[in-house]
Design a binder for this molecule. Structure first.
Ligand SMILES: Nc1ncnc2c1ncn2[C@@H]1O[C@H](COP(=O)(O)OP(=O)(O)OP(=O)(O)O)[C@@H](O)[C@H]1O
Length: 304
């Protein structure tokens, strides 16, 4: 049997090369300017991120991948303004980020809808926070619900919806505040495989229709390749950019592309890259020195 030879993942089909050239010409909506993050605890110091430098262009779809502990969550929390960078800064439309703001919407992994509000009121929440009156907020919320295909569930409560539907409401709620960038942190990883694929397709459909830039964190390589224009690969210890990959797949994307040579070549490269980082599971209590003993386990009675 002759081995099937995969193409070089760096060779972009002409339409993709043209699209990437167009994206490069657009302005950077979000700039990650030499960002570093150190967590210091007593004698322990973890360099979670070191000198991350990257620009996300307007209407670009960027996925961030890397093994456990490479700093993906830390990075997205810094982008969202939920965590301060130790060094460097984040700029949105050229303005430094100093905390959470309406220019960035966030969709988390866990469903974060308000359980006591119906679907429409959940989406209205962010709009009303921006000072819009209730009637107008309701009108806009219904438009966003229409965009995610859930307008007929406007009066349902979150617990009456499936996980995928709840995430669609979460997307509508994040978009309703009109952010420049949508930050998604493992947003589909709690969903079963079939729902996940549907959600990926929904998201790309929404993204195609509106002026939004997406940064999507995932540990799932298939998901990253299927969704992204570019993939930012982080390596651990310290978290640094190892490579930026331009995905050699045409748009609009279809599930059948996951069996294409370009997809498989990109996946094989990503897998090899991540394997080369070695075992990234975190060591605990190495040397036993810096371990904080929980109070309840302190043995005061030395009787044997
Ligand atoms: N609040 C914190 N205090 C101390 N260390 C932290 C803190 N948050 C993260 N770290 C450390 O920073 C490094 C990066 O963690 P982070 O959670 O960002 O990685 P990750 O790539 O998101 O991992 P995973 O895929 O497992 O969620 C790890 O070594 C982690 O232990």
């Amino acid at each position: 049997m002759t081995e099937h030879c995969l193409p070089d993942y760096r060779v972009l089909p002409p339409d993709v090369a043209e699209r990437m050239a167009q994206i490069r010409q657009r302005e950077c909506v979000m700039e990650i300017d030499h960002v570093g993050k150190v967590f210091a605890q007593k004698r322990n110091k973890t360099v979670a991120l070191e000198d991350i430098e990257f620009g996300v262009h307007r209407r670009e779809f960027v996925c961030v991948v890397g093994p456990s502990g490479c700093g993906k969550s830390t990075l997205i929390r810094i982008l969202a303004g939920l965590e301060d960078a130790t060094t460097g800064r984040i700029l949105v439309d050229g303005k430094p980020v100093n905390g959470p703001g309406p220019d960035r919407g966030m969709v988390f992994q866990k469903y974060t809808l308000f359980p006591w509000l119906d679907v429409c009121r959940n989406v209205m929440f962010g709009i009303e926070m921006g000072g819009t009156d209730r009637v107008e907020a309701r009108r806009q919320a219904m438009q966003w619900l229409q965009l995610v295909g859930l307008e007929q569930f406007a009066t349902s409560f979150p617990h009456q919806l499936s996980g995928g539907m709840q995430q669609r409401v979460a997307i509508a709620r994040a978009l309703a505040a009109r952010p420049r960038v949508l930050l998604m942190d493992e947003s589909f990883s709690a969903l079963d495989a079939q729902t996940r694929l549907k959600m990926q397709n929904y998201l790309m459909e929404i993204w195609r229709k509106i002026d939004i830039t997406i940064v999507f964190i995932t540990h799932d390589l298939d998901e990253a390749i299927y969704l992204a224009d570019r993939i930012l690969v982080l390596k651990p210890r310290p978290g640094r950019v190892e490579e930026v990959i331009e995905v050699p797949l045409s748009r609009p994307r279809r599930a059948a592309q996951m069996a294409s040579d370009e997809f498989l070549a990109t996946k094989a490269h990503l897998e090899a890259l991540i394997r080369s980082f070695g075992d990234t599971t975190e060591e605990t209590n190495e040397g036993g020195e810096d371990f904080d003993i929980p109070l309840l386990t302190l043995v005061t009675d030395k009787a044997e």
